[in-house]
Design a protein around this ligand. Structure first.
Ligand SMILES: Cc1cc2nc3c(=O)[nH]c(=O)nc-3n(C[C@H](O)[C@H](O)[C@H](O)COP(=O)(O)OP(=O)(O)OC[C@H]3O[C@@H](n4cnc5c(N)ncnc54)[C@H](O)[C@@H]3O)c2cc1C
Length: 56
């Protein structure tokens, strides 16, 4: 995310897997994205992750 930018193509509300995936794909299509999150993703309940898209 470009913190100095004041105009964005998209505002994503929520930084869980859905929001982060949307952000990755929008950046791949060179869209300028802002993402806000209030910090209580359901991911925080998962003790161990065995794989993640893009990470072998
Ligand atoms: C107990 C439990 C165990 C689980 N275990 C597994 C597992 O082992 N493996 C697995 O693959 N999945 C597991 N899941 C499922 C997984 O956590 C969810 O499928 C996944 O987190 C959903 O992603 P999401 O982005 O849709 O929602 P979330 O992860 O819930 O993310 C939503 C985000 O939006 C933000 N938000 C909401 N409202 C606002 C607002 N008004 N302003 C700003 N931000 C906001 C929240 O802070 C949050 O970060 C588990 C879920 C639970 C509850």
């Amino acid at each position: 995310m470009d913190c100095h930018r004041t105009v964005f193509d998209t505002l994503i509300i929520g930084g869980g897997p859905a929001g982060l995936t949307a952000g990755v794909y929008l950046r791949r299509f060179t869209r300028h994205v802002a993402l806000v999150d209030k910090g209580n993703s359901r991911l925080s309940w998962i003790p161990v992750s065995h794989n993640y898209p893009g990470v072998p």
